[in-house]
Ligand binder design. Structure first.
Ligand code: HEM
Ligand code: NAG
Ligand code: NAG
Ligand code: NAG
Ligand code: NAG
Ligand code: NAG
Length: 316
């Protein structure tokens, strides 16, 4: 009898915690931390008001988290004397941003509901709220991710594609994460916001032929052949702080900033989808939102895996 009650209770407990079966649920915190979503949204809005670029940085942070062993907040762990994390991996060093904003938001969420909301979920929601704030589409974010106990600089080096990638390398990298060709073209539309460093686009503006010559010239004036590695240029020269579909119009005019951007419109298989997203903004928004849901669902830790970190920068 007692044993049966135990079984029943365990079953109920497993059921109530939606993420024990590896699935995320948008209502995961609705009883345990009902204010979490509004606290995160307000924190994102305040951060973008203070610095518009932060919206772009938070969106990218989620991408760089998810592509390395899944969306588990591994990217947030600080290096120390005995631990090397992902922050100094080649794609992240001197490039990835937003850690202080995540810390501030997490501190507010911890105050409201200690030990409940994971850093990985904060990052996933902050990415969505950033896109929406800057004019992009809304999507429901499944929740219940848990935070990793580890990070991998080696995997970050090889899993996040570099801006020198050709189309086939981009397709391979995304397909390794379970993301399709369409997801690749839609998610690259994230480059409708934010900035890149000279070191990320130098090869494209000096060595490539698939670039508008006057656009290349204007970039060469701020980004010399050597030096000034950290000078910034907008990824979308038209509307750099607005989440819209003009990124694709830039590509049609050969005004993509990164080599990898222009690979999507270079007389190859991606051209027709780029044309489609340029002419049909709502199709782009729909495909972007569903690709973000797929990216957000890459290999989450759930149930008893990992932990809910108190401080996003270190394991408990
Ligand atoms: C398709 C492969 C991709 C490549 C090769 C790539 C590469 C890059 C590079 C090199 C930068 C500039 C970094 C710097 O110079 O410091 C950048 C910025 C950015 N990326 Fe990507 N990216 C890709 C896909 C994505 C995806 C999937 C997202 C989001 C879902 C994204 C969002 C962003 C954003 C928003 C920025 C601007 C960040 C800021 O201003 O802080 N990118 N990307
Ligand atoms: C990261 O960047 C800093 C500052 O430029 C540099 O000193 C350091 O060597 C870089 N780390 C790695 C692992 O490349
Ligand atoms: C990853 O990239 C960084 C920076 O380029 C480099 O210092 C490091 O040796 C690379 N490999 C590993 C396994 O960390
Ligand atoms: C694309 O890049 C990969 C990796 O750098 C390389 O092996 C391949 O030869 C390139 N493909 C083409 C068509 O240039
Ligand atoms: C541009 O091409 C030249 C000649 O092939 C090469 O030496 C140089 O490293 C390339 N520059 C970049 C930034 O890719
Ligand atoms: C170093 O970081 C790791 C991972 O966050 C953590 O487990 C460890 O306690 C940290 N060590 C120190 C001395 O802070």
């Amino acid at each position: 009898m007692a044993f049966h009650n135990f079984l029943l209770l365990s079953l109920i407990a497993a059921y109530a915690s939606a993420a024990t079966d590896g699935k995320l649920s948008p209502n995961y915190y609705s009883s345990t931390c009902p204010k979490a979503l509004s606290i995160i949204q307000a924190g994102v809005a305040a951060a973008i008001k203070k610095e518009t670029r932060m919206g772009a940085s938070l969106l990218r942070l989620h991408f760089h988290d998810c592509f390395v062993n899944g969306c588990d907040a591994s990217v947030l762990l600080d290096d120390n004397a005995t631990f090397i994390g992902e922050k100094t991996a080649a794609p992240n060093n001197n490039s990835i941003r937003g850690f202080n904003v995540i810390d501030d938001i997490k501190a507010k969420v911890e105050k409201a509901c200690p030990g409940v909301v994971s850093c990985a979920d904060v990052v996933a929601l902050a990415a969505r709220d950033s896109a929406v704030y800057l004019g992009g589409p809304f999507w429901n974010v499944g929740l219940g991710r848990r935070d990793s106990l580890t990070a991998s600089r080696a995997l970050a080096n090889i899993s996040i594609p570099p801006p020198t990638s050709n189309l086939s390398a981009l397709i391979t990298s995304f397909s390794a994460q379970g993301l399709s060709f369409k997801d690749l073209v839609a998610l690259s539309g994230s480059h409708t916001i934010g900035l890149a460093r000279c070191t990320s686009f130098r090869g494209h503006i000096y060595n490539d032929s698939n670039i508008d010559p006057s656009y290349a010239k204007s970039l060469q004036r701020i980004c010399p052949r050597s030096g000034k590695d950290n000078v910034l240029a907008p990824l979308d020269l038209r509307t750099p702080t607005r989440f819209d579909n003009l990124y694709y119009k830039n590509l049609l005019e050969r005004k993509g900033l990164l080599h990898s951007d222009q690979e999507l419109f270079n007389g190859n298989s991606a051209d027709s989808l780029v044309r489609r997203y340029e002419s049909n903004p709502s199709k782009f928004f729909r495909d972007f939102a569903s690709a973000m849901v797929k990216m957000s669902n890459i290999k989450p830790l759930t149930g008893r895996q990992g932990e809910v970190r108190k401080n996003c920068r270190k394991v408990n």
